[in-house]
Design a protein around this ligand. Sequence first.
Ligand SMILES: Cc1cc2nc3c(=O)[nH]c(=O)nc-3n(C[C@H](O)[C@H](O)[C@H](O)COP(=O)(O)O)c2cc1C
Length: 225
Amino acid sequence: MKALFFNGGPRKNWTTVKMLDSALKGAAEAGAETELIHLYDYSFKGCVSCLACKLKNSKTNGICAVGDALRPILEKAYEADVIVIGSPVYFSYPTGVVRAFMERLMYPILSYNPKTDADGKMHFALRDKLVPTAMIYTMGCTEQMSADWNYPLIFGENAKFLERLFGYTETLCTYSSYQFSDYSRYDILEGTEEVRARYRGEQLPKDLQAAFELGKRLAEKAKSL
Ligand SMILES: Cc1cc2nc3c(=O)[nH]c(=O)nc-3n(C[C@H](O)[C@H](O)[C@H](O)COP(=O)(O)O)c2cc1C
């Protein structure tokens, strides 16, 4: 069973990767073969709307036909049994790189002719494989600010499509993340670092544990499918 973890931020040893690393360890404990992929290492764009993935009776049906650096990554993702995407929040949304990745990952398997089963449930995916997925978001703001700024609504939109296309998804957030290693060198509102220091001491260890448990839970779920 293979679990893939995607780092959708440019930094390789800050909060996003720490959270992903914890989730990865949880999945490994549940017996998954794991891999962390840094999306910023690859040069690619979002969906180019060539629509080759929607062409009937074509070998590209259900597959992204764009032959760039993301191609082998997408092939791996379609083979994966667990997918976890970690992203810093940039201007209220996942990073542009994560958006581009998700367009390329999700659009080829989205059916424009969804089937309704006997229970009345609509099936939007072109394939039947059920893959436990999750998004992990890291952000500078507090949990209260995130609620005030409607982030749960934004994150819910991503969750909606992941759930429809992969069958299962979870969302995990960590807040008040450290952005700078030395706050004194930057022009920042007084007290900013104190809030983060408190969070790092009190809450971040719990968030990392929650990430570990998330990874383990998803891998166990994949095993039982
Ligand atoms: C371009 C940019 C935009 C950002 N926009 C937001 C934002 O809208 N809301 C927020 O809470 N934090 C924002 N941040 C802070 C990052 O989300 C936060 O520092 C995140 O934890 C970075 O992840 P990393 O430490 O793994 O790189 C922004 C940071 C950058 C660089």
